[in-house]
Design a protein around this ligand. Structure first.
Ligand code: TLP
Length: 339
């Protein structure tokens, strides 16, 4: 069966240029800091996001967790939207490794308003945990890939700074946000102290994330990466694909966004509750009345793979391995399933 895989943008296969770069990558032992390709990737992402230094990690989860460990001490409080990846999808890692306390906040489409943070803050007092960090996520996965505008990020950043709180941005799909908003990616990164960028989501590389921030912070995060078991050796093989992804894929994201919009509007015409956020990117959420798991099993029989992300909600994600034809096949399958 020729699958149309809309479960996630993590499912892409490396492009021919990535495979070639991987085969030819110059490598060394990265734990000794001697892999030239990893060093190039770390420097390149730091440059693109306009931060001092970068650190290559095997996953977005490890990148977020190394950041949390480097920003906090045991018991410290982290403010985070209740639908954020670092809370919802990281296996309780912040409690497991950093011993952090999550303070869950609400906000439209995953965006925390400064007012919401103000109301959640407690005065310094030995009864309270020490408030240290705010985690934001752009684009916001569980809000259907919502892109948060620079001014929204700026307002929270300014208020957090005033309160002595640091901001970590889970920018797994920050390129999608920048493309959808039509702004330079560095402008979005500027409203965070540290940023995690995934190479293996919309950018289409097989493996890896890069954490960027101040040089001394990255040195601390490097130590935690080792402690978490993320010190890789000839990782230049992977970094090489990441470097290609950084050049090759951002100009293609606009097509992923256009295809997601096409999916959403066609499904709505068919009578589905297919929604996209105010600033949409590469995701569509579909509300279904029967259990979402049953819907996804039914679609699978027609070659369409979709994720059940809530009891009555499917998520469809476009990416570089989904073309116009695949989108039309998915629409036809929904039409057949609706009957
Ligand atoms: N998200 C995955 C699943 O874990 C849900 C997906 O298919 O969307 N931050 C954000 C915002 C993410 O969406 C993800 C992956 C991560 C971090 C974690 O990245 P990995 O999977 O590399 O650990």
């Amino acid at each position: 069966m020729q699958w149309v895989d809309l479960r996630s943008d993590t499912v892409t296969r490396p492009s021919p240029a990535m495979r070639k770069a991987m085969a030819e990558a110059e490598v060394g032992d990265d734990v000794y800091g001697e892999d030239p390709t990893v060093n190039r990737l770390e420097a390149r992402v730091a440059e693109v996001l306009d931060k001092e230094a970068g650190l290559f990690l095997p996953s977005g989860t490890m990148s977020n967790q190394a950041a949390i460990l480097a920003h906090t001490e045991r018991g410290d409080e982290i403010f985070i939207h209740r639908d954020s990846h670092a809370y919802y999808y990281e296996a309780g890692a912040a409690a497991m490794w950093a011993g952090a306390t999550f303070h869950l906040l609400e906000g439209e489409e995953g965006c925390i308003a400064p007012e919401t943070l103000r109301n959640a803050l407690r005065p310094a007092n030995f009864h309270h945990p020490r408030s240290r960090l705010v985690i934001v996520e752009n684009t916001h996965n569980r809000s259907g890939g919502a892109a948060h505008r620079a001014d929204q990020m700026a307002a929270l950043f300014a208020f957090s700074r005033e309160q002595g709180l640091k901001i970590h941005l889970d920018g797994a799909r920050l390129f999608n946000a920048a493309i959808a908003l039509g702004v330079p990616i560095a402008s979005l990164a500027s409203y965070a102290d540290t940023v995690s960028l995934c190479l293996s989501k919309g950018l289409g590389a097989p493996v890896g994330s890069v954490l960027v921030g101040p040089r001394n912070f990255i040195a601390t995060a490097r130590r935690y990466r080792k402690a978490l078991g993320g010190g890789m050796r000839q990782a230049g093989i992977l970094a090489a694909a990441g470097l290609v992804a950084l050049e090759e894929t951002p100009p293609l994201l606009v097509h992923d966004h256009r295809r997601a919009a096409r999916l959403a509007s066609a499904l709505r015409e068919l009578g589905f509750h297919a929604s996209q956020p105010h600033v949409p990117t590469n995701m569509v959420l579909v509300a279904v009345d029967a259990p979402a798991a049953r819907w996804s099993a039914n679609l699978r029989t027609m070659g369409i793979l979709a994720s059940a992300v809530a009891p009555n909600r499917l998520r469809l994600v476009t990416h570089r391995d989904v073309d116009d034809d695949a989108v039309e096949r998915a629409i036809a399958a929904f039409k057949a399933a609706a009957r």
